[in-house]
Ligand binder design. Structure first.
Ligand code: ZN
Length: 155
């Protein structure tokens, strides 16, 4: 038997529409360091406010095998360093079978741990994020000239 302990709130309709809309936009960023986390929260909110969808779910997907998307605090830069420190302990450079191919096995493993996408609800043209939460593009085998971020808005 499943014992549900989570506190429930009432669900509510943001909009009663029979014609659901999906809006997609691709952004491109360059990264500056070998391992880099870039705050893309503002750019995503701009995509949302420029679209015709004001309430819904925003999916952020990064189609690169050495990248990822992370939601966490970007106010204290130590947190990013702490996350990178843990990833470096879990996946030390130069210790992977894939290094025989192109030397970046650790970057693939870090990407696999962080994951390529997140879905975040948005309301009134803004992502619903906690006070200290930011959305960050992660690159573990940079610097890269061109990292795509695919944003899909679903109303
Ligand atoms: Zn590789």
């Amino acid at each position: 038997m499943v014992n549900l302990t989570a506190e429930e709130t009432n669900g509510y309709w943001l909009k009663s529409s029979e014609n659901k809309m999906i809006f997609r936009k691709e952004l491109t960023f360059s990264t500056n360091q070998h391992e880099d986390l870039i705050d893309i929260t503002r750019e995503i909110n701009t995509v949302i406010s420029d679209s015709d969808i004001h309430n819904g779910v925003c999916n952020i997907y990064i189609p690169h095998a050495t990248s990822g998307v992370l939601i966490n605090e970007n106010d204290d830069p130590n947190i990013i360093e702490d996350v990178l420190g843990v990833l470096r302990k879990l996946a030390p450079r130069g210790t992977f079978l894939h290094d025989r191919i192109d030397g970046n096995g650790d970057a693939h493993v870090k990407s696999a741990i962080i994951g390529p996408s997140e879905s975040i609800p948005f309301e009134n043209d803004r992502l619903i994020l906690g006070t200290w939460q930011s959305v960050m593009l992660c690159e573990f085998d940079g610097p890269k000239q061109s990292r795509k971020v695919i944003i899909t808005l679903i109303d």
